[in-house]
Design a protein around this ligand. Structure first.
Ligand SMILES: NC(=O)c1ccc[n+]([C@@H]2O[C@H](COP(=O)([O-])OP(=O)(O)OC[C@H]3O[C@@H](n4cnc5c(N)ncnc54)[C@H](OP(=O)(O)O)[C@@H]3O)[C@@H](O)[C@H]2O)c1
Length: 372
């Protein structure tokens, strides 16, 4: 049996976050399983939700040794209720990643030596045991870093136009659109001829998306934003949006602008507003304020939470297979992820590095390489 290292996050009942590297035994793979030597796993916003949760990062304290560093931080009392279900549990972290298959159980031998990507948690670890059927063998020439982010953001970006079509809409709105996921969505929509209205929050982000060829890119910090949004919605006919902010006025602003855009072409007046259904899905929590929706959105609208897992359950295995095949085929183009730095498990627990990747800034994604 091999010994490995695993990054763990614990929140104690007295309100402390504890991050550490734990030694774990790596068992022999059972039939149908493989052992992956993990060589790349991204630090995505959803991973940070588990890794540091609601901790106050200004209270970070480093401890341990150079090989086995630890970090602690305080959880403010008003944020403790949201983590009540995980108190005192040492939790493995890392949704997805890629690496080399170094051992295979009966029936999984074909994957031995292959570079594969996998999903399913505990990827911030030197080794990951995974069912062979859940592994995506990477195309020839693709490295673990190329494939490390090939599930969460690519499949979510692909799911947006799928949902758009399933729910009878013809164009999309997207916020925090210069994100890693947003840049993939720009390329998908271009290739598939789906009109896309991108909303970002700086001139630099406008340039990033324009350079990718995006047609509609609106900066929410400009004085003409709301008027520009109505124009873009009227031109594209977008009646469904995916909002990564979640909090603040954005979701309500999008619904209100859709309502104005729809009424531009209305032939008769209705006191109830447009009868066309407008939908905004909240799929991220970049803004933790309450969601504000005004009374200027008519009466035919909806908002709701959105998670890739729920979409895949609804869409079924045929759609999942089709989307996975597209990700594999376009791994180095549409779905290429770029990383600011490749860090080891120990470096992930350096306080300055942790603060840097916790910023979730445009173009500053970090990759953990546990084999480093
Ligand atoms: N529901 C799901 O199934 C699912 C699946 C995958 C991803 N997601 C979500 O998708 C989003 C994007 O993920 P990613 O990995 O692509 O992110 P990323 O590359 O880390 O980029 C984050 C982006 O959000 C912007 N941002 C951060 N805080 C913001 C705020 N308060 N207001 C406006 N913009 C803000 C950043 O811009 P600045 O540089 O200006 O800060 C940056 O462009 C995340 O919210 C993630 O949780 C959800």
């Amino acid at each position: 049996m091999t010994t490995g290292l695993e990054l763990r996050s614990k929140i104690t009942s007295d309100g402390k976050l504890e991050l550490s590297l734990e030694e774990v035994q790596v068992p022999e793979p059972a039939a149908g399983q493989v052992v992956i030597r993990v060589e790349g796993s991204p630090l995505n916003p959803s991973d940070l939700g588990l890794l540091t949760g609601p901790a106050d990062l200004s209270t970070l304290v480093a401890g341990g040794t150079a090989e086995r560093p630890t970090l602690t931080a305080n959880i403010p009392p008003e944020r403790r209720a949201m983590v009540a279900a995980r108190l005192d549990e040492s939790m493995p972290v890392g949704n997805e990643g890629a690496g080399t298959v170094i051992a295979a159980g009966a029936g999984a031998e074909a994957l031995l030596g292959k570079t594969v990507a996998a999903l399913g948690g505990s990827m911030y670890a030197t080794h990951k045991i995974a069912p062979a059927a859940a592994c995506l063998p990477l195309p020839d020439g693709a490295t673990a870093a190329d494939g490390a982010s090939c599930f969460v953001n690519p499949l979510t970006a692909l799911s947006f136009p799928e949902t758009m079509r399933m729910e009878g809409h013809k164009a999309l709105v997207h916020t925090a659109a210069a994100s890693n996921l947003g840049q993939m969505l720009v390329k998908i929509c271009q290739a598939d001829g789906v009109p896309l209205v991108n909303i970002v929050r700086s001139a630099e982000q406008v340039k990033i998306l324009k350079d990718l060829g995006a047609q509609y890119v609106l900066d929410s910090t400009t004085p003409t934003f709301k008027a520009d949004l109505v124009d873009a919605l009227a031109e594209t006919g977008a009646t469904i949006g995916f909002d990564a902010l979640g909090g603040g006025p954005m979701a309500g602003d999008i619904l209100a602008a859709m309502e104005v855009a729809l009424n531009r072409t209305a032939t008769t007046y209705s006191r109830y507003g447009s009868a066309t259904h407008k939908q905004v899905y909240i799929y991220g929590g970049l803004d933790l304020r309450p969601t504000e929706i005004g009374r200027n959105v008519g009466l035919s609208w909806g908002t709701g939470g959105y998670l890739l897992t729920y979409f895949l359950q609804k869409a079924g295995p045929e759609v999942m297979g089709r989307l996975r095949a597209r990700v594999a085929a376009e791994l180095k183009t549409t779905f290429a992820s770029h990383y600011t730095a490749e860090i080891s498990l120990a470096e992930a627990l350096n306080p300055d590095t942790l603060k840097a990747y916790s910023r979730k800034a445009t173009g500053e994604k970090y990759l953990i390489n546990p084999a480093k």
